[in-house]
Every structure is written in C-alpha cells, then in structure tokens.
Design a protein around this ligand. Structure first.
Ligand SMILES: O=C(O)c1cc(=O)[nH]c(=O)n1[C@@H]1O[C@H](COP(=O)(O)O)[C@@H](O)[C@H]1O
Length: 230
C-alpha cells in the first residue's frame, strides 16, 4: 500500500479544519505532529477521525521505558494508525512502547521509529551526535534495532528506504518525509527526494507538509504528489 500522508503542521483546530474542507470529503491519511497536538490536545484526533481520515500521530516519544510505556498505553485509546517514537531511546524503550499499545488494546496501531531525522546531514550527525558511522549505517543500525524490538517500521529518508527493506524485509515500513518536487523550496530539510524517486526506491508512505499545505492550490498539489508516487 502506497499513500501520501499530509503533515498538518498548523497551530489551530480552525486552520486544520478549513484546510481539510478543501478536499470535499475525500478520505485522507494525515499526520498530526507536535505543533497541532500540543496546542489542541487529544480532541484534535477525535475531530479528524470523525471526518473519516486516517491518522499518523507524530509525537516522537523519547524517554525512559516506563514513561514511554505509560504514554503508549494511554494513547492507545485514540486508535491512531501510526505513532512515532525515537529509536535512540533504545531497545527496551521501543519494546515497551509496543507493549503499552498492546496493553492499551490497540494492536492495530503501528509504531515506527525515527532513525536519523531528514533534517540531519551526515556531517552534523558525526560532529554533533558523535556517531562514528556513515549516515546510512546509522539509519540501518536503528532500523535493525526497531525491527528486533518488535516495531512495525521506521521513519527515514527515501535514500535509505531500499536498504531498509533489504535488511528488515518488505513488510517493515519505510515512511519517508523530506519529499520535494524540483520546484519546491527545501527549507530546513537535508535528505530530500522527489515522489518519483520515493516510488522507485520502495518507500511505503511519503510524508508531505509545506509543499501541499503552503501551496496556492493544496488539492491540486496533493493530487500531483499522489500521481507521481503511485
Ligand atoms: O516524523 C516525521 O514525520 C518526520 C521525521 C523526519 O525525519 N523528518 C520530517 O520532516 N518529519 C516530519 O515530516 C514533515 C515534513 O514537512 P515538510 O518539510 O513541510 O514537507 C514534518 O511534519 C516533520 O515533522
């Protein structure tokens, strides 16, 4: 299944609902990240769900295992489709995230791990995080850790998607942000790719924010991303 996920990086519920209205009832897969969730709370999830959209809840949880377990157990009630945690939290934290979701009775929520953010370059990773690997190796290491800890996939850039499937299997999800068409501004992203390259390298989902949300015609931009990815 290949789908375009729209990142709803808005501050308010009103802005979000106005944006979604433009799609005239089409069922979408949308991402609620920290900007929207932290200012509007869980009610934003209920509102979006009531419209029939699938939800990727991107909270990038990263804490001690017991705390992440409790957060996931609590978040299970919202029955989101995807949830993010940071692979850097370690194998025990990753396993406890999954366990929390199961104990909260939402086995259908897939948990995926952030490997290296698409805004991180290899040089920055090596100098600031002190990781003495290539970026590709670091992403692979985190992907294997996530897989061994029972997670459903990872967030990575398109450039790492193929090796992740080779290493972890085709069922293991590669969810890829940092998607830009030739004409789009790159902004704060580092490891970017076009939707066509994402298709070619086997990404399961592409996550697209500003090129759609800031577009003059978001519906048309969304359709263009879908067309080029599918
Ligand atoms: O977890 C994410 O979704 C994520 C991980 C990552 O490595 N890079 C990344 O850009 N994202 C998210 O993907 C979206 C990308 O937005 P744009 O750069 O506007 O397309 C944002 O909502 C980011 O929070």
């Amino acid at each position: 299944m290949k789908e375009v996920i729209i990142a709803l990086d808005f501050a308010s519920m009103e802005q979000t609902l106005n944006f979604l209205e433009k799609f005239k009832g089409k069922k979408l897969f949308v991402k609620v990240g920290m900007e929207l969730y932290l200012q509007n709370g869980p009610q934003i999830l209920a509102r979006i769900k009531a419209l029939g959209h699938k939800i990727f809840l991107d909270l990038k949880l990263h804490d001690i295992p017991n705390t992440v377990y409790g957060a996931c157990k609590g978040l299970a009630q919202f029955k989101v489709d995807l949830l993010t945690v940071h692979a850097a939290g370690g194998s025990q934290m990753l396993a406890m995230a999954k366990q929390g979701m199961l104990d909260g009775n939402s086995p259908e929520t897939k948990i995926i791990a952030i490997t290296q953010l698409t805004s991180t370059s290899q040089e920055q990773m090596q100098t600031e995080q002190g990781i003495n690997l290539t970026l590709e190796q670091s992403v692979q290491k985190y992907a294997l850790l996530a897989k061994q800890s029972g997670l459903d996939g990872v967030v990575c850039s398109v450039h790492e998607a193929k090796t992740i499937h080779d290493l972890c299997g085709d069922e293991f999800l590669a969810v890829t942000p940092g998607i830009r068409r030739q004409e789009d501004a790159i902004g704060d992203q580092q490891r970017v790719a076009t939707p066509a390259l994402a298709r070619e390298l086997g990404a399961n989902y592409i996550v697209v924010g500003r090129p759609i949300t800031q577009s003059q015609d978001p519906v048309q931009a969304y359709q263009e991303f879908c067309h080029n990815f599918n």
